[in-house]
Design a protein around this ligand. Sequence first.
Ligand code: SDX
Length: 431
Amino acid sequence: MAETQRVATLTLDGKTYELPVLSPTVGPDVLDIRKLYGQADVFTFDPGFTSTAACESEITYIDGDKGELLYRGYPIEQLAEKSHYLEVCYLLLNGELPNEKQMNDFEYRITRHTMLHEQILMFFRGFRRDSHPMATMVGVVGAMSSFYHDSLDINDPWQREVAAMRMIAKLPTIAAMAYKYSIGQPMVYPRNDLDYASNFLHMCFSVPAEPYVVKPELAKAMDRIMMLHADHEQNASTSTVRLAGSSGANPFACIAAGIACLWGPAHGGANQACLEMLREIGSVDRIPEYIARAKDKNDPFRLMGFGHRVYKNFDPRAKVMKESADEVLDLLGIHDNPILQVAKELEKIALEDDYFVSKKLYPNVDFYSGIILEAMGFPTAMFTPIFALSRTVGWISQWKEMLGDPTGKIGRPRQLYTGLPARDYREVKDR
Ligand code: SDX
């Protein structure tokens, strides 16, 4: 972070305070208010963190106006076209693209961490079959801290590294087993001869009764979806992981917290909510009714998959996802998919409507992802678990970066207190 000589001055009650201006590599300057409370005895107030930089980071950059997303400086469009998920994992974790040896070593280590401790499989059976897979993932990932005691010490770089490998490797296994458990099919163990995305599809869709061959094109589409979801700056779930990690909680507990936060329909749960919305709309002629509801201040309905705190232009991931949706549906011979027709018409109408244009609401990453995942055979309940397993590397990378900051301290925001001032206890006879 570049400390500039520039300062902002704040004048309050006749006193002037200087706030240093810090300049990023790209993006808005930040006002350093770390000493403000000590100097001026005032807090800043920003409940949704709309104007607050909570940390310094070198991992991911988003330009909301340009619709730009960079992983360690590389545009998401180039990575989606030329890279693959495990290479993106290496990039996010280490800051540079791997050479051939580094990639092979990384892939070897991840591949050999994909199995779960056999006793962990018992946790799944404690859940109802109709539990949402995200409930199972929160529970099982948190429970991993009761098994992998040799990778809990966050002060040991080697243990941090092993915990990172284990979670990137095991999350697909946990997600797939949660899916199999929910449909009453036998859980499928990972295979070391399959690549990461193929392994996940195999664990989800193969059954002991017959051979299952993963279509390479579907594996590539799955891999691309994982890349598009890998990291995204300081979104709600990443901020949750950072805050949990700032207390020194173990890595599995931190990632379980991130999964819990991602579950919400305003965040990672939007992909499931979006497909359910498209299904509810059902046909193009009902779109105006839902557009009107989304614009009605008295109606809590929102167009799921639309809008974003940062993107005030197209979410670049949505563009890639839209192209991928066409490819996958074509590959699977699914033509004239009514849900896709509704999605494309809804996007077209919304982007011409003053309400959406004026509020700069564009389709986000969740708008098309559900269409692809459903075409692949996933139920809507598996959409957010797939987002969670894909985002695990982003959470871990941000968690590692936070722990590597020597100036780091526990996150502890203050508040604007509007409750009652001190008062004396009143006996029940006096109430
Ligand atoms: C993800 O942060 C990330 O990076 C998240 C994510 C990631 O990769 O980690 O990108 C993944 O979570 C994508 C977003 C998925 N969520 C949805 O698709 C749910 C629908 N979208 C929204 O609820 C909303 O757009 C948010 C939550 C995404 C963003 O909300 P903000 O930034 O807090 O904006 P806001 O709620 O203040 O909305 C601004 C205005 C409001 O109108 P006014 O009060 O100003 O009149 O736009 C309106 C909102 O009512 N609005 C919408 C809308 N989204 C915002 N109106 C209708 N439909 C919508 N989808």
